[in-house]
Ligand binder design. Structure first.
Ligand SMILES: [Zn+2]
Length: 170
């Protein structure tokens, strides 16, 4: 039998050349209940309590798109009252509200108000988080939205603020 020369074993022990590798994905440093950011000044106009549904049982809502085009749709009294109380809309008349922000304006408003700082961990953030998730009836209003980093926004997902912060308390 022809014996093949065995390949020489490497003379030097294989260096554990595992470099440090890319840094691990950052995890939020802290999650605490931070004070809510200040709300915008209360706009002029009647209080939400003057709102009454039309005979069709609806409140009219109108606003403008990012491009300045007018839109209108119907909403219910409860939503309308919340939008006005949480400073996302003003009362036009007792059957009508007007949304104050277009989508883009709202986003810009929240991020600027919060200095692009995540409400939950204090790092840089550029996403909008609903404190009470929309899935649970929360609305897109200055009172219900904060700036969040994408990490906190994702890990918060559809949990309410209390569920989220409590999940990090000992
Ligand atoms: Zn964060």
């Amino acid at each position: 039998m022809k014996s093949e020369p065995e390949p020489l074993p490497p003379t030097e022990p294989k260096e554990a050349s595992a470099s440090a590798g890319p840094p691990l994905a950052e995890t939020p440093k802290r999650r605490t209940k931070r004070p809510m950011p200040p709300l915008p000044p209360k706009p002029e106009g009647p209080d939400a309590s003057v709102l009454v549904p039309t005979r069709q049982g609806i409140i009219r809502m109108r606003g403008k798109t990012d491009k300045g085009r007018r839109w209108h749709q119907e909403t219910d009294l409860e939503t309308a009252v919340t939008l006005v109380r949480e400073l996302a809309a003003i009362v036009v008349n007792r059957h009508t509200i007007r949304r104050i922000y277009s989508n883009k304006n709202f986003r810009r408003y929240i991020l600027t108000r919060d200095n692009y700082t995540c409400h939950f961990c204090g790092e840089y953030g550029d996403t909008i988080d609903h404190l009470l998730p929309r899935a649970k009836g929360g609305h897109t209003t200055p009172a219900n939205c904060v700036c969040a980093c994408s990490l906190c926004n994702q890990s918060k997902a559809d949990r309410s603020l209390d569920e989220f912060t409590n999940s990090f308390e000992d």
